[in-house]
Design a protein around this ligand. Structure first.
Ligand SMILES: Nc1ncnc2c1ncn2[C@@H]1O[C@H](COP(=O)(O)OP(=O)(O)O)[C@@H](O)[C@H]1O
Ligand SMILES: [Mg+2]
Length: 225
């Protein structure tokens, strides 16, 4: 009887994969901490104050209740947004580019910044393996979320092109720009994105000028179209 050895991924590949997962968890933890957890702590403190003044100043107390009600509403929206980011997406059903278009439509709606998206008909999601499409989608999602969070952009452009076996996704904003070589401690998003691109056998190039905006170029190998 012959035994075939199971094909295990190389160690540094496993290492890479684990690091990407850990970074993802760190980001989720940070988003929950900076967002809903902080707002809820604030609401809890205001409720303490409200309890003390409720008998002495009913009008002011009513006012506070209204404000706290609004704050609770904003926490609910924040949590919904985080869930939307995390939920499994239909990339494998509709394909990377359709899913990206849907993401852009959704982002534009609650962000009010137009996103121009150019995908030539010659580029097809089919030429990219399904798991790689999901990884690319997450990469695009994170770049766009960063633009939403940090760039103060007026417009965003997302352009897809393919030359032979290289797929290129370019995402530009015309916002405040930043120095990619001097990222403050404790921010691992960009690092994680670069790792993700390397994991796909490709690269992520970041070009940014303070006051003029930022350009992110993802390059990954695909099957020839
Ligand atoms: N599109 C962008 N425009 C301006 N600044 C950006 C942009 N993308 C990233 N940055 C800057 O790079 C820093 C690091 O980003 P990241 O690693 O994703 O961490 P985080 O989003 O948690 O702050 C951000 O804090 C921000 O200062
Ligand atoms: Mg980020």
């Amino acid at each position: 009887m012959t035994h075939t050895k199971p094909v295990l991924p190389a160690f540094d590949e496993v290492d890479h994969g684990i690091r990407i997962l850990e970074e993802e968890r760190r980001r989720i933890a940070r988003d929950l901490h900076d967002g809903p957890a902080q707002t809820l702590t604030n609401i809890s403190m205001k409720l303490e104050v409200l309890k003390m003044m409720i008998d002495s100043d009913v009008e002011m107390a009513k006012n506070q209740v209204d404000q706290l009600h609004k704050k609770v509403g904003s926490v609910i929206r924040e949590i919904r947004h985080l869930i939307y980011d995390l939920r499994p997406i239909a990339v494998d059903e509709v394909g990377l580019f359709e899913a990206t278009k849907a993401l852009c439509t959704q982002l534009q709606q609650n962000w009010n910044v137009p996103i121009e998206i150019h995908v030539p008909d010659s580029v097809e999601s089919k030429s990219i393996a399904p798991a790689r499409q999901v990884a690319l989608y997450r990469l695009i999602q994170e770049i766009l979320n960063n633009m939403k969070k940090h760039a103060q952009a007026k417009t965003i452009t997302l352009t897809v092109s393919q030359e032979n076996d290289e797929l290129r996704i370019t995402i530009c904003d015309d916002g405040v720009g930043f120095d990619p070589n001097h990222i403050p401690a404790g921010h691992y998003g960009l690092l994680g994105m670069k790792e993700r691109a390397l994991y796909l056998g490709g690269t992520l190039e970041i070009d940014s000028v303070i006051g003029e905006g930022s350009t992110f170029v993802i390059r990954v190998p695909v099957r020839k179209g």
